[in-house]
Design a protein around this ligand. Structure first.
Ligand code: SF4
Ligand code: SF4
Length: 91
């Protein structure tokens, strides 16, 4: 089973194929200066939404890895998810 522990980052081997951006439930992925980037303040490793990081599932070149610079426990990712949800405008 996949155990989330950190937010993720995109390596420079990204081919800018655009498929990861729309699958991110937290809108954490955007096009950076040269390739796609993940905002660590928004990435919960999909905790709260999916069992697996959806960007990793769809990336055709496997260029998305856990980011050791942003180590977070599952509990911290859960808390981040709850904070993000609290900020969502109510429908
Ligand atoms: S792991 Fe999930 S929340 Fe994080 S960037 Fe990928 S799709 Fe978005
Ligand atoms: S799916 Fe992978 S290769 Fe495609 S834009 Fe996202 S990070 Fe880059």
């Amino acid at each position: 089973m996949y155990t989330p522990a950190m937010s993720l980052k995109i390596l420079d081997t990204c081919v800018n194929c655009d498929v990861c951006e729309p699958v991110c439930p937290n809108k954490a992925i955007s096009l950076g200066e040269e390739y796609y980037v993940i905002d660590p303040s928004l990435c919960t490793e999909c905790v709260g939404h999916h069992d697996e990081p959806q960007c990793v599932v769809v990336c055709p070149v496997e260029c998305i890895i856990v980011d050791p610079a942003h180590a977070e426990s599952h509990g911290e990712l859960e808390l981040k998810y709850q904070h993000l949800m609290a900020k969502e405008p109510k429908a």
